[in-house]
Design a protein around this ligand. Structure first.
Ligand SMILES: [Zn+2]
Length: 590
Protein backbone atom coordinates (compact mmCIF):
# COMPACT_ATOMS: atom_id res chain seq x y z
CA UNK A 1 0.00 0.00 0.00
CA UNK A 2 1.19 3.49 -0.81
CA UNK A 3 1.68 5.56 2.36
CA UNK A 4 -0.93 8.26 2.85
CA UNK A 5 1.70 10.99 3.14
CA UNK A 6 2.79 10.15 -0.36
CA UNK A 7 -0.74 10.27 -1.69
CA UNK A 8 -1.34 13.56 0.09
CA UNK A 9 1.77 14.98 -1.54
CA UNK A 10 0.66 13.74 -4.97
CA UNK A 11 -2.74 15.33 -4.50
CA UNK A 12 -1.27 18.53 -3.10
CA UNK A 13 1.02 18.90 -6.09
CA UNK A 14 -1.69 18.11 -8.62
CA UNK A 15 -4.38 20.72 -8.34
CA UNK A 16 -7.55 19.09 -9.60
CA UNK A 17 -8.58 22.02 -11.78
CA UNK A 18 -5.11 22.05 -13.42
CA UNK A 19 -5.13 18.33 -14.06
CA UNK A 20 -8.69 18.11 -15.34
CA UNK A 21 -8.14 21.33 -17.25
CA UNK A 22 -5.60 19.54 -19.41
CA UNK A 23 -8.28 17.04 -20.51
CA UNK A 24 -11.40 19.16 -20.43
CA UNK A 25 -11.92 22.79 -21.25
CA UNK A 26 -13.06 24.28 -17.97
CA UNK A 27 -14.85 27.54 -17.35
CA UNK A 28 -14.65 29.22 -14.01
CA UNK A 29 -17.94 29.94 -12.22
CA UNK A 30 -17.13 31.66 -8.94
CA UNK A 31 -15.55 29.01 -6.76
CA UNK A 32 -16.28 26.19 -9.21
CA UNK A 33 -15.25 25.17 -12.69
CA UNK A 34 -17.53 23.54 -15.20
CA UNK A 35 -17.16 21.94 -18.59
CA UNK A 36 -18.40 19.24 -20.92
CA UNK A 37 -18.17 15.83 -19.27
CA UNK A 38 -15.43 13.62 -20.73
CA UNK A 39 -17.27 10.48 -19.55
CA UNK A 40 -20.49 10.92 -21.45
CA UNK A 41 -21.50 12.89 -24.49
CA UNK A 42 -23.28 16.16 -23.84
CA UNK A 43 -23.85 19.59 -25.33
CA UNK A 44 -24.33 21.65 -22.21
CA UNK A 45 -21.89 21.33 -19.31
CA UNK A 46 -22.97 19.26 -16.32
CA UNK A 47 -19.45 18.40 -15.23
CA UNK A 48 -18.21 20.37 -12.20
CA UNK A 49 -14.85 20.69 -10.48
CA UNK A 50 -14.70 21.87 -6.85
CA UNK A 51 -11.28 23.26 -5.90
CA UNK A 52 -12.22 23.60 -2.24
CA UNK A 53 -12.73 19.85 -1.77
CA UNK A 54 -10.48 18.95 -4.72
CA UNK A 55 -13.28 16.85 -6.19
CA UNK A 56 -15.37 16.61 -9.34
CA UNK A 57 -18.85 15.41 -10.12
CA UNK A 58 -20.95 15.07 -13.26
CA UNK A 59 -24.65 15.70 -12.76
CA UNK A 60 -25.29 14.08 -16.14
CA UNK A 61 -23.76 10.63 -15.76
CA UNK A 62 -22.95 10.52 -12.06
CA UNK A 63 -19.22 10.03 -12.34
CA UNK A 64 -17.19 11.68 -9.63
CA UNK A 65 -14.26 11.52 -7.26
CA UNK A 66 -10.91 13.12 -6.58
CA UNK A 67 -7.99 13.81 -8.88
CA UNK A 68 -6.79 10.21 -8.64
CA UNK A 69 -10.21 8.79 -9.54
CA UNK A 70 -10.33 11.12 -12.53
CA UNK A 71 -6.94 10.03 -13.88
CA UNK A 72 -7.84 6.40 -13.26
CA UNK A 73 -11.09 6.64 -15.20
CA UNK A 74 -10.00 8.87 -18.02
CA UNK A 75 -6.98 6.71 -18.80
CA UNK A 76 -8.62 3.47 -17.80
CA UNK A 77 -5.76 2.47 -15.50
CA UNK A 78 -5.71 1.20 -11.92
CA UNK A 79 -5.31 3.17 -8.71
CA UNK A 80 -1.58 2.65 -8.22
CA UNK A 81 -0.92 3.45 -11.86
CA UNK A 82 -2.94 6.64 -11.53
CA UNK A 83 -0.98 7.71 -8.45
CA UNK A 84 2.28 7.05 -10.31
CA UNK A 85 1.14 9.00 -13.32
CA UNK A 86 0.25 12.02 -11.20
CA UNK A 87 3.49 11.72 -9.24
CA UNK A 88 5.38 11.78 -12.53
CA UNK A 89 3.41 14.80 -13.66
CA UNK A 90 4.51 16.66 -10.53
CA UNK A 91 8.11 15.48 -10.88
CA UNK A 92 7.99 13.32 -7.77
CA UNK A 93 10.02 10.12 -7.33
CA UNK A 94 8.28 6.72 -7.36
CA UNK A 95 6.24 5.87 -4.27
CA UNK A 96 8.55 3.20 -2.78
CA UNK A 97 11.40 5.64 -2.61
CA UNK A 98 9.12 8.38 -1.43
CA UNK A 99 8.04 6.43 1.59
CA UNK A 100 11.06 7.99 3.25
CA UNK A 101 10.04 11.48 2.17
CA UNK A 102 6.61 10.97 3.68
CA UNK A 103 8.14 9.89 6.96
CA UNK A 104 10.50 12.85 6.91
CA UNK A 105 7.60 15.22 6.29
CA UNK A 106 5.77 14.04 9.35
CA UNK A 107 8.96 14.22 11.44
CA UNK A 108 9.51 17.82 10.33
CA UNK A 109 5.92 18.70 11.22
CA UNK A 110 6.44 17.12 14.64
CA UNK A 111 9.67 19.10 15.13
CA UNK A 112 7.89 22.33 14.28
CA UNK A 113 5.12 21.57 16.75
CA UNK A 114 7.62 20.86 19.52
CA UNK A 115 9.62 23.94 18.58
CA UNK A 116 6.51 26.13 18.78
CA UNK A 117 5.76 24.74 22.26
CA UNK A 118 9.33 25.44 23.29
CA UNK A 119 9.25 29.02 21.96
CA UNK A 120 5.97 29.61 23.77
CA UNK A 121 7.42 28.23 27.02
CA UNK A 122 10.53 30.41 26.58
CA UNK A 123 8.33 33.47 26.14
CA UNK A 124 6.63 32.71 29.42
CA UNK A 125 9.75 31.85 31.41
CA UNK A 126 11.20 34.05 34.14
CA UNK A 127 14.44 35.08 32.43
CA UNK A 128 15.27 38.71 31.74
CA UNK A 129 15.18 38.20 27.95
CA UNK A 130 11.75 36.55 28.20
CA UNK A 131 10.54 39.60 30.09
CA UNK A 132 11.77 41.82 27.27
CA UNK A 133 10.14 39.61 24.67
CA UNK A 134 6.82 39.82 26.50
CA UNK A 135 7.26 43.59 26.70
CA UNK A 136 7.81 43.63 22.95
CA UNK A 137 4.51 41.88 22.21
CA UNK A 138 2.79 44.23 24.67
CA UNK A 139 4.26 47.25 22.94
CA UNK A 140 2.77 45.91 19.74
CA UNK A 141 -0.56 45.96 21.54
CA UNK A 142 -1.12 42.21 21.74
CA UNK A 143 -2.96 40.66 24.68
CA UNK A 144 -2.42 37.18 26.15
CA UNK A 145 -5.37 35.76 24.28
CA UNK A 146 -3.91 36.77 20.92
CA UNK A 147 -0.47 35.49 21.90
CA UNK A 148 -1.94 32.09 22.74
CA UNK A 149 -4.22 32.05 19.74
CA UNK A 150 -1.40 32.59 17.27
CA UNK A 151 1.05 30.50 19.29
CA UNK A 152 3.52 33.38 19.48
CA UNK A 153 6.77 32.76 21.29
CA UNK A 154 10.38 33.70 21.84
CA UNK A 155 13.58 32.02 20.66
CA UNK A 156 16.27 32.50 23.33
CA UNK A 157 19.46 34.30 22.36
CA UNK A 158 21.63 31.19 22.35
CA UNK A 159 23.25 29.16 19.59
CA UNK A 160 22.43 25.76 21.08
CA UNK A 161 19.44 25.92 23.46
CA UNK A 162 16.66 25.28 20.93
CA UNK A 163 18.73 22.65 19.14
CA UNK A 164 19.53 20.80 22.37
CA UNK A 165 15.92 20.94 23.51
CA UNK A 166 14.72 19.34 20.27
CA UNK A 167 17.56 16.82 20.34
CA UNK A 168 16.32 15.82 23.81
CA UNK A 169 12.93 15.15 22.28
CA UNK A 170 14.52 12.42 20.19
CA UNK A 171 14.97 14.06 16.79
CA UNK A 172 18.07 13.23 14.76
CA UNK A 173 20.47 15.83 13.36
CA UNK A 174 19.33 14.96 9.84
CA UNK A 175 15.71 15.60 10.77
CA UNK A 176 16.56 18.87 12.52
CA UNK A 177 18.56 20.08 9.51
CA UNK A 178 15.63 19.22 7.28
CA UNK A 179 13.30 21.33 9.46
CA UNK A 180 15.35 24.43 8.67
CA UNK A 181 15.45 25.41 12.34
CA UNK A 182 19.15 24.58 12.59
CA UNK A 183 22.15 24.91 10.32
CA UNK A 184 25.58 23.32 10.23
CA UNK A 185 28.50 25.65 10.90
CA UNK A 186 31.76 25.50 8.99
CA UNK A 187 33.27 23.63 11.90
CA UNK A 188 30.50 21.07 11.60
CA UNK A 189 28.44 22.02 14.65
CA UNK A 190 24.71 22.49 14.48
CA UNK A 191 23.29 25.82 15.65
CA UNK A 192 19.90 27.56 15.79
CA UNK A 193 19.00 30.02 13.09
CA UNK A 194 16.48 31.80 15.32
CA UNK A 195 18.17 33.54 18.24
CA UNK A 196 16.89 36.39 20.42
CA UNK A 197 13.78 36.77 18.27
CA UNK A 198 10.06 36.87 18.89
CA UNK A 199 8.54 34.00 16.97
CA UNK A 200 5.41 33.64 14.84
CA UNK A 201 4.50 30.13 13.69
CA UNK A 202 3.15 29.74 10.16
CA UNK A 203 0.37 27.19 9.68
CA UNK A 204 -0.87 25.33 6.65
CA UNK A 205 -4.57 24.99 5.86
CA UNK A 206 -4.88 21.87 8.00
CA UNK A 207 -3.40 23.58 11.04
CA UNK A 208 0.09 22.04 10.87
CA UNK A 209 2.97 24.35 11.75
CA UNK A 210 5.12 24.44 8.63
CA UNK A 211 7.53 27.32 9.29
CA UNK A 212 8.39 30.27 11.56
CA UNK A 213 8.94 33.97 11.21
CA UNK A 214 11.30 35.60 13.73
CA UNK A 215 11.77 39.28 14.45
CA UNK A 216 14.44 41.02 16.53
CA UNK A 217 13.32 43.00 19.57
CA UNK A 218 15.13 46.18 18.55
CA UNK A 219 16.06 47.71 15.22
CA UNK A 220 19.10 45.57 14.48
CA UNK A 221 19.44 43.80 11.14
CA UNK A 222 18.17 41.58 9.72
CA UNK A 223 14.87 42.61 11.24
CA UNK A 224 13.01 39.50 10.06
CA UNK A 225 14.20 35.96 9.46
CA UNK A 226 11.91 33.29 8.06
CA UNK A 227 12.31 29.53 7.89
CA UNK A 228 13.91 28.42 4.62
CA UNK A 229 11.78 26.39 2.24
CA UNK A 230 11.57 22.78 3.38
CA UNK A 231 9.73 19.58 2.58
CA UNK A 232 6.67 21.05 4.26
CA UNK A 233 7.02 24.77 3.50
CA UNK A 234 6.71 26.43 0.10
CA UNK A 235 6.77 30.18 0.59
CA UNK A 236 4.92 31.15 -2.57
CA UNK A 237 2.13 28.68 -1.84
CA UNK A 238 1.44 29.72 1.72
CA UNK A 239 -0.91 32.45 2.87
CA UNK A 240 -0.42 33.45 6.49
CA UNK A 241 -3.56 33.06 8.71
CA UNK A 242 -5.60 31.54 5.88
CA UNK A 243 -6.32 28.56 8.14
CA UNK A 244 -8.19 30.99 10.44
CA UNK A 245 -9.73 33.18 7.74
CA UNK A 246 -11.21 30.26 5.83
CA UNK A 247 -13.42 29.49 8.84
CA UNK A 248 -15.01 32.92 8.82
CA UNK A 249 -18.43 33.29 7.20
CA UNK A 250 -17.15 36.58 5.85
CA UNK A 251 -15.76 36.23 2.34
CA UNK A 252 -14.18 39.63 2.17
CA UNK A 253 -10.49 39.15 2.92
CA UNK A 254 -8.05 41.82 4.00
CA UNK A 255 -4.64 41.31 2.48
CA UNK A 256 -1.93 42.97 4.58
CA UNK A 257 1.78 43.41 4.22
CA UNK A 258 3.10 41.53 7.23
CA UNK A 259 2.37 39.17 10.12
CA UNK A 260 2.05 42.00 12.63
CA UNK A 261 -0.72 43.72 10.70
CA UNK A 262 -2.55 40.44 10.34
CA UNK A 263 -2.28 39.57 14.01
CA UNK A 264 -3.41 42.96 15.26
CA UNK A 265 -6.35 42.90 12.85
CA UNK A 266 -7.46 39.53 14.17
CA UNK A 267 -7.21 40.90 17.68
CA UNK A 268 -9.42 43.77 16.53
CA UNK A 269 -12.00 41.24 15.33
CA UNK A 270 -11.18 41.27 11.63
CA UNK A 271 -10.87 37.53 11.22
CA UNK A 272 -10.22 37.46 7.48
CA UNK A 273 -6.90 39.33 7.58
CA UNK A 274 -4.11 37.42 5.82
CA UNK A 275 -0.73 38.13 4.23
CA UNK A 276 1.78 36.63 1.84
CA UNK A 277 4.60 34.91 3.67
CA UNK A 278 7.64 37.17 3.92
CA UNK A 279 7.70 37.92 0.20
CA UNK A 280 5.79 39.67 -2.56
CA UNK A 281 2.44 38.20 -3.47
CA UNK A 282 2.67 35.27 -5.92
CA UNK A 283 0.30 33.97 -8.56
CA UNK A 284 -0.10 30.78 -6.53
CA UNK A 285 -1.17 32.77 -3.50
CA UNK A 286 -3.70 34.67 -5.59
CA UNK A 287 -5.10 31.36 -6.81
CA UNK A 288 -5.28 30.05 -3.26
CA UNK A 289 -7.05 33.20 -2.05
CA UNK A 290 -9.50 33.03 -4.93
CA UNK A 291 -10.68 29.69 -3.64
CA UNK A 292 -11.85 31.19 -0.37
CA UNK A 293 -12.49 34.89 -0.89
CA UNK A 294 -15.14 36.63 -2.95
CA UNK A 295 -13.50 39.94 -2.35
CA UNK A 296 -10.00 41.00 -1.34
CA UNK A 297 -9.16 44.42 0.08
CA UNK A 298 -5.50 45.30 -0.34
CA UNK A 299 -4.28 46.96 2.78
CA UNK A 300 -0.60 47.74 2.40
CA UNK A 301 1.55 50.39 4.06
CA UNK A 302 1.05 53.92 2.83
CA UNK A 303 4.77 54.38 2.04
CA UNK A 304 6.19 54.14 -1.45
CA UNK A 305 7.09 50.46 -1.18
CA UNK A 306 3.57 49.70 -0.03
CA UNK A 307 2.02 51.55 -2.94
CA UNK A 308 4.27 49.74 -5.39
CA UNK A 309 3.26 46.42 -3.86
CA UNK A 310 -0.37 47.45 -4.21
CA UNK A 311 0.02 48.11 -7.92
CA UNK A 312 1.83 44.83 -8.40
CA UNK A 313 -0.80 42.84 -6.51
CA UNK A 314 -3.64 44.50 -8.42
CA UNK A 315 -2.01 43.27 -11.59
CA UNK A 316 -1.89 39.72 -10.25
CA UNK A 317 -5.58 39.81 -9.36
CA UNK A 318 -6.57 41.08 -12.77
CA UNK A 319 -7.56 37.69 -14.15
CA UNK A 320 -8.96 36.27 -10.95
CA UNK A 321 -12.70 36.10 -10.28
CA UNK A 322 -12.19 37.90 -6.99
CA UNK A 323 -13.35 41.48 -6.61
CA UNK A 324 -10.47 43.63 -5.47
CA UNK A 325 -10.52 46.86 -3.51
CA UNK A 326 -7.74 49.08 -2.24
CA UNK A 327 -7.77 50.59 1.20
CA UNK A 328 -6.04 53.91 1.67
CA UNK A 329 -5.16 54.57 5.26
CA UNK A 330 -5.38 58.24 6.15
CA UNK A 331 -3.05 59.52 8.85
CA UNK A 332 -1.15 56.33 9.62
CA UNK A 333 1.68 54.43 8.00
CA UNK A 334 0.04 51.03 8.23
CA UNK A 335 -3.19 49.37 9.42
CA UNK A 336 -1.55 48.31 12.67
CA UNK A 337 -0.74 51.93 13.52
CA UNK A 338 -4.18 53.09 12.43
CA UNK A 339 -5.93 50.59 14.70
CA UNK A 340 -3.78 51.65 17.64
CA UNK A 341 -4.41 55.31 17.01
CA UNK A 342 -8.11 55.34 16.17
CA UNK A 343 -9.43 51.97 17.31
CA UNK A 344 -10.83 48.90 15.62
CA UNK A 345 -14.30 50.34 15.06
CA UNK A 346 -13.01 53.18 12.95
CA UNK A 347 -10.80 50.86 11.03
CA UNK A 348 -13.74 48.62 10.25
CA UNK A 349 -15.72 51.61 9.08
CA UNK A 350 -12.80 52.53 6.86
CA UNK A 351 -12.84 49.02 5.46
CA UNK A 352 -16.57 49.16 4.89
CA UNK A 353 -16.13 52.45 3.13
CA UNK A 354 -13.85 51.07 0.44
CA UNK A 355 -15.66 51.65 -2.82
CA UNK A 356 -17.50 48.39 -3.38
CA UNK A 357 -20.17 46.67 -5.38
CA UNK A 358 -22.79 47.14 -2.68
CA UNK A 359 -22.39 50.89 -2.69
CA UNK A 360 -22.64 50.89 -6.43
CA UNK A 361 -25.86 48.89 -6.33
CA UNK A 362 -27.42 51.10 -3.68
CA UNK A 363 -26.61 54.04 -5.93
CA UNK A 364 -28.44 52.37 -8.80
CA UNK A 365 -31.50 51.77 -6.64
CA UNK A 366 -31.50 55.37 -5.40
CA UNK A 367 -31.79 56.67 -8.94
CA UNK A 368 -35.17 54.97 -9.32
CA UNK A 369 -36.84 56.87 -6.50
CA UNK A 370 -37.71 60.40 -5.50
CA UNK A 371 -36.69 60.44 -1.86
CA UNK A 372 -38.83 63.51 -1.16
CA UNK A 373 -41.95 61.35 -1.62
CA UNK A 374 -42.96 59.25 1.40
CA UNK A 375 -44.04 56.28 -0.67
CA UNK A 376 -40.85 56.29 -2.74
CA UNK A 377 -38.77 56.58 0.38
CA UNK A 378 -40.33 53.45 1.89
CA UNK A 379 -39.90 51.48 -1.32
CA UNK A 380 -36.31 52.63 -1.50
CA UNK A 381 -35.68 51.47 2.08
CA UNK A 382 -37.28 48.10 1.36
CA UNK A 383 -35.18 47.52 -1.70
CA UNK A 384 -31.93 48.50 -0.03
CA UNK A 385 -32.72 46.31 2.98
CA UNK A 386 -33.04 43.35 0.65
CA UNK A 387 -29.60 44.10 -0.75
CA UNK A 388 -28.16 44.43 2.76
CA UNK A 389 -29.77 41.20 3.95
CA UNK A 390 -27.69 39.25 1.46
CA UNK A 391 -24.45 40.51 2.96
CA UNK A 392 -22.65 38.22 5.36
CA UNK A 393 -21.03 40.77 7.61
CA UNK A 394 -23.20 42.15 10.42
CA UNK A 395 -20.83 45.12 10.72
CA UNK A 396 -21.27 45.95 7.09
CA UNK A 397 -25.04 45.65 7.39
CA UNK A 398 -25.05 47.87 10.40
CA UNK A 399 -22.92 50.57 8.79
CA UNK A 400 -25.16 50.75 5.74
CA UNK A 401 -28.33 50.60 7.83
CA UNK A 402 -27.02 53.63 9.72
CA UNK A 403 -26.41 55.50 6.49
CA UNK A 404 -29.84 54.53 5.24
CA UNK A 405 -31.43 55.90 8.41
CA UNK A 406 -29.65 59.21 7.99
CA UNK A 407 -30.49 59.45 4.35
CA UNK A 408 -34.20 58.78 4.76
CA UNK A 409 -34.83 60.27 8.19
CA UNK A 410 -36.24 56.99 9.44
CA UNK A 411 -35.06 55.89 12.89
CA UNK A 412 -32.14 53.48 12.92
CA UNK A 413 -34.02 51.19 15.34
CA UNK A 414 -36.90 50.83 12.91
CA UNK A 415 -34.50 50.11 10.09
CA UNK A 416 -32.52 47.57 12.11
CA UNK A 417 -35.75 45.73 13.09
CA UNK A 418 -36.85 45.49 9.49
CA UNK A 419 -33.37 44.46 8.46
CA UNK A 420 -33.26 41.57 10.90
CA UNK A 421 -36.58 40.27 9.51
CA UNK A 422 -35.17 40.59 6.04
CA UNK A 423 -32.00 38.71 7.04
CA UNK A 424 -34.14 35.83 8.33
CA UNK A 425 -36.14 35.80 5.15
CA UNK A 426 -32.98 35.84 3.04
CA UNK A 427 -31.59 32.87 4.98
CA UNK A 428 -34.82 30.97 4.42
CA UNK A 429 -34.81 31.88 0.75
CA UNK A 430 -31.25 30.65 0.31
CA UNK A 431 -32.06 27.35 1.97
CA UNK A 432 -35.19 26.74 -0.09
CA UNK A 433 -33.38 27.59 -3.27
CA UNK A 434 -30.68 25.18 -2.32
CA UNK A 435 -33.21 22.43 -1.65
CA UNK A 436 -34.90 23.13 -4.95
CA UNK A 437 -31.58 22.62 -6.63
CA UNK A 438 -31.09 19.34 -4.79
CA UNK A 439 -34.54 18.11 -5.75
CA UNK A 440 -33.99 19.23 -9.27
CA UNK A 441 -30.75 17.31 -9.60
CA UNK A 442 -32.52 14.01 -8.98
CA UNK A 443 -31.53 13.15 -5.45
CA UNK A 444 -35.05 13.56 -4.10
CA UNK A 445 -35.28 9.79 -3.70
CA UNK A 446 -33.00 9.70 -0.75
CA UNK A 447 -33.64 13.15 0.54
CA UNK A 448 -36.36 14.53 2.70
CA UNK A 449 -36.37 18.24 2.69
CA UNK A 450 -35.12 19.71 5.94
CA UNK A 451 -36.25 22.88 7.66
CA UNK A 452 -39.67 22.60 6.05
CA UNK A 453 -42.12 24.62 8.08
CA UNK A 454 -44.61 22.36 9.81
CA UNK A 455 -43.27 19.04 8.56
CA UNK A 456 -42.53 16.84 11.56
CA UNK A 457 -40.45 14.22 9.84
CA UNK A 458 -38.79 16.96 7.91
CA UNK A 459 -35.28 15.61 8.02
CA UNK A 460 -34.88 12.16 6.46
CA UNK A 461 -32.51 9.83 8.21
CA UNK A 462 -30.74 8.96 4.97
CA UNK A 463 -30.22 12.64 4.30
CA UNK A 464 -29.00 13.19 7.86
CA UNK A 465 -26.41 10.45 7.45
CA UNK A 466 -25.22 11.83 4.14
CA UNK A 467 -25.01 15.38 5.36
CA UNK A 468 -23.21 14.33 8.51
CA UNK A 469 -20.53 12.59 6.43
CA UNK A 470 -20.20 15.65 4.19
CA UNK A 471 -20.03 18.01 7.18
CA UNK A 472 -17.13 16.03 8.67
CA UNK A 473 -15.39 15.91 5.32
CA UNK A 474 -15.70 19.63 4.79
CA UNK A 475 -14.97 20.65 8.36
CA UNK A 476 -12.80 18.04 10.12
CA UNK A 477 -13.20 20.04 13.34
CA UNK A 478 -16.59 18.37 13.77
CA UNK A 479 -15.12 14.86 13.81
CA UNK A 480 -14.06 14.48 17.48
CA UNK A 481 -17.52 15.55 18.70
CA UNK A 482 -19.29 13.21 16.32
CA UNK A 483 -16.97 10.34 17.27
CA UNK A 484 -17.96 10.74 20.89
CA UNK A 485 -21.65 10.56 20.14
CA UNK A 486 -22.06 8.28 17.17
CA UNK A 487 -21.53 4.56 16.77
CA UNK A 488 -21.25 4.10 12.99
CA UNK A 489 -22.89 0.69 13.39
CA UNK A 490 -26.30 2.36 13.76
CA UNK A 491 -26.11 4.02 10.33
CA UNK A 492 -28.63 2.56 7.89
CA UNK A 493 -27.06 3.61 4.59
CA UNK A 494 -24.33 1.01 3.93
CA UNK A 495 -22.10 3.42 1.98
CA UNK A 496 -22.40 6.17 4.59
CA UNK A 497 -21.54 3.63 7.27
CA UNK A 498 -18.35 2.80 5.35
CA UNK A 499 -17.58 6.46 4.78
CA UNK A 500 -18.08 7.46 8.42
CA UNK A 501 -16.00 4.49 9.61
CA UNK A 502 -13.21 5.53 7.23
CA UNK A 503 -13.41 9.15 8.42
CA UNK A 504 -13.17 8.01 12.05
CA UNK A 505 -10.24 5.76 11.16
CA UNK A 506 -8.35 8.61 9.49
CA UNK A 507 -9.00 10.79 12.48
CA UNK A 508 -7.81 8.15 14.97
CA UNK A 509 -4.66 7.47 12.96
CA UNK A 510 -3.89 11.14 12.50
CA UNK A 511 -4.40 11.02 8.73
CA UNK A 512 -5.88 14.15 7.19
CA UNK A 513 -9.51 13.61 6.30
CA UNK A 514 -9.77 14.31 2.59
CA UNK A 515 -11.43 12.63 -0.34
CA UNK A 516 -8.01 11.56 -1.56
CA UNK A 517 -7.10 9.76 1.66
CA UNK A 518 -10.55 8.20 1.95
CA UNK A 519 -10.23 7.06 -1.64
CA UNK A 520 -7.52 4.63 -0.59
CA UNK A 521 -9.90 3.01 1.93
CA UNK A 522 -13.28 3.12 0.23
CA UNK A 523 -14.83 1.31 -2.74
CA UNK A 524 -15.20 3.47 -5.81
CA UNK A 525 -18.99 3.53 -5.57
CA UNK A 526 -18.80 5.10 -2.13
CA UNK A 527 -16.27 7.65 -3.39
CA UNK A 528 -18.64 8.62 -6.20
CA UNK A 529 -21.45 8.96 -3.70
CA UNK A 530 -19.33 11.20 -1.46
CA UNK A 531 -18.24 13.37 -4.40
CA UNK A 532 -21.85 13.72 -5.46
CA UNK A 533 -22.90 14.82 -1.98
CA UNK A 534 -20.02 17.26 -1.72
CA UNK A 535 -20.93 18.65 -5.13
CA UNK A 536 -24.57 19.08 -4.24
CA UNK A 537 -23.94 20.83 -0.97
CA UNK A 538 -20.97 22.88 -2.08
CA UNK A 539 -22.63 26.19 -1.32
CA UNK A 540 -23.86 25.29 2.15
CA UNK A 541 -21.44 25.83 5.02
CA UNK A 542 -22.12 23.16 7.64
CA UNK A 543 -22.54 24.54 11.16
CA UNK A 544 -22.35 22.92 14.57
CA UNK A 545 -26.12 23.29 14.76
CA UNK A 546 -26.59 21.31 11.56
CA UNK A 547 -24.35 18.57 12.91
CA UNK A 548 -26.42 18.44 16.12
CA UNK A 549 -29.56 18.13 14.07
CA UNK A 550 -28.17 15.29 11.96
CA UNK A 551 -27.00 13.41 15.04
CA UNK A 552 -30.38 13.83 16.70
CA UNK A 553 -32.17 12.67 13.62
CA UNK A 554 -30.00 9.58 13.37
CA UNK A 555 -30.51 8.83 17.07
CA UNK A 556 -34.31 9.14 16.70
CA UNK A 557 -34.53 6.72 13.84
CA UNK A 558 -32.36 3.97 15.25
CA UNK A 559 -34.83 1.06 15.20
CA UNK A 560 -35.93 0.06 18.70
CA UNK A 561 -35.63 -3.66 17.97
CA UNK A 562 -31.89 -3.27 17.56
CA UNK A 563 -29.52 -1.41 15.32
CA UNK A 564 -29.54 -1.75 11.57
CA UNK A 565 -26.48 -3.93 11.43
CA UNK A 566 -28.31 -6.62 13.39
CA UNK A 567 -31.16 -6.73 10.87
CA UNK A 568 -31.39 -9.36 8.21
CA UNK A 569 -31.38 -8.22 4.59
CA UNK A 570 -35.12 -8.79 4.49
CA UNK A 571 -35.66 -6.61 7.56
CA UNK A 572 -33.40 -3.94 6.19
CA UNK A 573 -35.34 -3.86 2.92
CA UNK A 574 -38.56 -3.49 4.89
CA UNK A 575 -37.05 -0.76 6.96
CA UNK A 576 -36.10 1.18 3.85
CA UNK A 577 -39.60 0.63 2.55
CA UNK A 578 -41.12 2.19 5.66
CA UNK A 579 -38.80 5.15 5.28
CA UNK A 580 -39.95 5.54 1.72
CA UNK A 581 -43.63 5.23 2.63
CA UNK A 582 -43.26 7.70 5.38
CA UNK A 583 -41.91 10.15 2.88
CA UNK A 584 -44.71 9.54 0.42
CA UNK A 585 -47.34 9.84 3.13
CA UNK A 586 -45.76 13.06 4.20
CA UNK A 587 -45.52 15.31 1.21
CA UNK A 588 -43.21 18.20 1.65
CA UNK A 589 -45.83 20.61 0.45
CA UNK A 590 -43.95 21.41 -2.71
ZN1 LIG B 1 -20.92 12.87 -17.33
Amino acid sequence: MIPHEYIEEVVRRNDIADVIGSYVQLKRKGRLHSGLCPFHSEKTPSFYVYPETQSYYCFGCGSGGDVITFIKNINNIDYVEAVKLLAGRAGMPEPAEDDKVGRMRSRVLAINKDAARWFYACLNSSTEEAKQARAYWRRRGLDDKTITRFGLGYAPNDFRATYLHLKDKGYTDAELLESGLVKRSEKGNLYNIFRGRVMTPIFDLRGNIIAFGGRVLDDSKPKYINSPETLVYKKSKTVFALQVAKKSPNRRYVLCEGYMDVISMHQAGIDTAVCACGTALSADQVRLLSEYADEVVLCYDSDEAGQKATARSLELFRNSPVKVGVLQIPGAKDPDEYIKKYGAERFRALLDGTGNALEFRIGQVRKKYDLAQDKDRLDYVKEVLRLLADRNSPTEREVYAGRLAEETNISKTAIMTQLSDEVKRAGYRRRTENQKKLLHSGVADTIKVPYQAGGQKALGVAYAEQMLAVAMLREPGFIPGVMQRLDPAVLVMPDMKQAVEAIFRCSREGIAVSLANLGAMLPEQTMIELSRLVAQSSDVVPTQKDVEMYLERIAQSTPKSGSANKMTDQELAEYFQTLKNRKQGNPTGR
